[in-house]
Write a new protein. Structure first.
Length: 310
């Protein structure tokens, strides 16, 4: 009987080790300790001819949201962004490239608001997920990728057979947002002398408890900048500013627009950061500690009888 119990306990000790190894993922959690993500879709290009524009999108048609942390001096970023281009292919994607700002002397494109958003939303995830030594301990690791506000990759090492496979997998999963498919998000822009008046509203609904925050992203489609040291002359999807909107589901705000670096391709895009409560699974028991199982195994191990005091 002792032998049988010892075998059972040994099995209990080994199983968690195998389960842990099998649960390794192709990505890291972008937001730690919560079930959260980002959705978006309404986008308006502010060309010189724009006066009043409106964009509406249904929840069932939401594109993927890909946020990239990069820099004009980052050679490794170029490799990962080429892989991202290939993975995206013909997918409909909203793409935002954050450029380093804090303590930055070489990259001219970052802003305090964009760095603040990255640190607030993904800084802790970046600290925990950095795999490359030179990225260790950084809240703003270039290169980094976040898919739908949920799945994070830092550095240029692959989790599978290639970066393209990693990114394709992250895209294929889509958003796990809780909103029902009949909801819509809308954005309206009225240009003024001092910038633009922005109106936003939605009718999102869900069967779960959730929180949300609306963010306006100001993006320049492409910028010619031959002074970067990573070999690129043109930088795409450059995020100029992020603006937290005072009410997540509807409102109006006068926005001062940053001047474009070049061209006529500034866009305003509405994002929603969402989160739902994470509750422990009912009926589950915590796995026994390894030290506890070792003590039980020791107690069940047959002892030799002492002979002549030995």
């Amino acid at each position: 009987m002792r032998s049988l119990l010892a075998i059972l306990l040994a099995t209990m000790l080994i199983l968690p080790i195998h389960a842990s190894a099998a649960s390794s993922k192709l990505w890291d959690d972008a937001r730690l300790g919560m079930n959260a993500g980002t959705i978006g879709g309404p986008s308006i290009l502010l060309s010189n001819n724009t006066t009043n524009e409106r964009s509406t999108i249904e929840v069932s048609d939401l594109p993927s949201v890909v946020e990239v942390y990069t820099a004009t001096w980052c050679f490794n970023c170029v490799e990962t962004e080429i892989a991202l281009d290939e993975a995206i292919g013909s997918h409909e994607v909203l793409r935002f490239h954050y450029h380093r700002y804090l303590y930055e002397t070489l990259d001219p494109f970052g802003s305090e608001s964009s760095d603040s958003r990255w640190i607030e939303e993904y800084g802790q995830g970046s600290l925990e997920s950095s795999e490359t030594p030179y990225l260790s301990g950084s809240e703003r690791a270039a290169p980094s990728k976040v898919f739908d506000g949920e799945r994070m990759y830092t550095g240029d090492s692959t989790r599978s057979n290639s970066l393209v496979t990693d990114y394709s997998t992250a895209l294929s999963l889509g958003s796990s947002h809780p909103f029902q498919g009949n909801g819509t998000l809308s954005l309206e822009i009225a240009k003024s002398e001092n910038g633009a008046v922005v109106n936003w509203y939605n009718n999102l609904s869900s069967s779960k408890d959730w929180t949300a925050e609306a963010v306006l992203m100001i993006v320049e489609g492409s910028i010619y900048y031959p002074n970067g040291t990573n070999g690129l002359d043109i930088y795409h999807h450059v995020l100029h500013e992020t603006i937290k909107l005072p009410n997540w589901n509807n409102g109006s705000l006068q926005v001062v627009l940053p001047p474009p670096w070049d061209g006529d391709d500034i866009s305003l895009i509405l994002l929603i950061d969402w989160g739902t409560s994470v509750s422990a699974q009912a009926g589950s028991l915590p796995a026994p500690a390894v030290s506890t199982l070792l003590c039980l195994l020791a107690a069940l191990t047959p002892r030799r009888k002492k002979i002549n005091g030995h």
